[in-house]
Design a binder for this molecule. Structure first.
Ligand code: CAA
Length: 299
């Protein structure tokens, strides 16, 4: 049976957390955005307003709808207070297994007994996260894509013990958000990253082996395969550290050397060249500039 959801708590006010809060609020849900860091919450609130302003400028949202959506979001630094009334919790904290296990153990203790606990993890096992709780049947993956207000997909991941009614509820809910849900099972990388990350890794290998330059690799994939971003630009957008850690999950999970991260990617991450968020990856990012400039290191 589909559970009725009205109160949603989102944990983590980073890029994914603020996007998730944005889409729930836009669809009329009451959203508590929770982060231990008050400054991060303040920054997230500004980002959400800025992203609604883009939609108003495009005419896809009216000023009145924007204000109504913004009034649906409240922020909170205390996890216990934040999830007290939640019918659904969507965790979008940093992609770190120990942190997620700790959060889910605590959520299980403080969230209402019937609440569904979802995680936006891009590759950590849902079954493992669920096993940290005493309600594994109510734990599920709800994987949004960045930028959340724009991307239509929600990859829904069934853990080994996820109840069918929970999956049905999250599928229905994703449609209410105007998204297209796709349900998959819990194996390393699920579907999105099992297919995306080997492509990105192969693009990095092609650069590493001197087959072609950054611009050539990205142009082939943009113009040849109609991808909105080339794989190297997309890797910078996702974060090279995130790509590296997902490839490690695939490599360890399947024990197949084909998933081993390219040594160039490993070096870049070790040196702190993480893509757009650090200012440089395969491209160099300057504040306020939308021009895409290949990093001097790859010229
Ligand atoms: N909030 C609201 N609207 C946004 C937005 C945001 N954060 N970011 C962009 N937009 C809107 C813009 O207003 C614009 O709207 P219109 O189409 O109505 O004009 C539209 O999105 C396109 O934006 P821009 O014109 O600024 O830029 P663009 O045309 O270059 O598109 C992009 C930007 C949507 C990011 C596009 O390049 C794209 O689709 N890239 C690929 C994104 C992708 O693959 N994401 C998945 C990453 S993998 C992941 O997230 C999961 C994981 O586990 C790693």
């Amino acid at each position: 049976m589909v559970q009725t959801i009205q109160q949603v708590a989102v944990i983590g006010a980073g890029t994914m957390g603020n996007g998730i809060a944005h889409v729930f609020a836009q669809s009329g849900f009451a959203v508590k955005l929770i982060d231990v860091n008050a400054a991060q919450l303040e920054k997230a609130a500004q980002t959400i307003t800025k992203n609604f302003d883009r939609q108003v400028a495009k005419g896809t949202v009216t000023e009145e709808q924007k204000n109504k959506a913004l009034s649906n979001i409240t922020t909170e630094t205390d996890l216990i207070k934040g999830v007290r009334d939640a019918e659904l919790v969507v965790e979008a904290a940093t992609e770190n297994t120990d942190l997620k296990l700790k959060i889910f153990k605590q959520l299980d203790e403080v969230a209402p007994a019937g609440a569904i606990l979802a995680t936006n993890t891009s590759s950590i096992s849902i079954t493992k996260i669920a096993a940290a709780t005493k309600r594994a049947g109510k734990v599920i993956g709800m994987h949004f894509m960045n930028p959340v207000p724009v991307m239509k997909l929600v990859e829904i991941i069934n853990g080994y013990a996820t109840e069918a009614s929970v999956t049905e509820t999250i599928v229905t809910l994703s449609k209410q958000l105007g998204k297209v849900p796709c349900t998959v099972n819990d194996y390393p990388g699920f579907i999105a990253n099992r297919i995306l990350m080997p492509m990105i890794n192969e693009a990095i290998y092609s650069l590493y082996e001197g087959v072609a330059g950054v611009e050539e690799i990205d142009t082939v994939m943009k113009l040849g395969m109609a991808h909105p971003m080339g794989p190297l630009q997309l890797a910078d957008f996702i974060g090279l550290d995130v790509c590296h850690s997902i490839l490690n999950v695939l490599h360890e999970g399947f024990g197949n050397p084909k998933y081993a991260p390219c040594p160039l990617l490993v070096n870049m991450v070790t040196a702190g060249y993480l893509g757009a968020k650090s200012g440089e990856g395969f491209y160099k990012y300057e504040p306020g500039s939308r021009d895409l400039k290949v990093s001097e290191r790859f010229k």
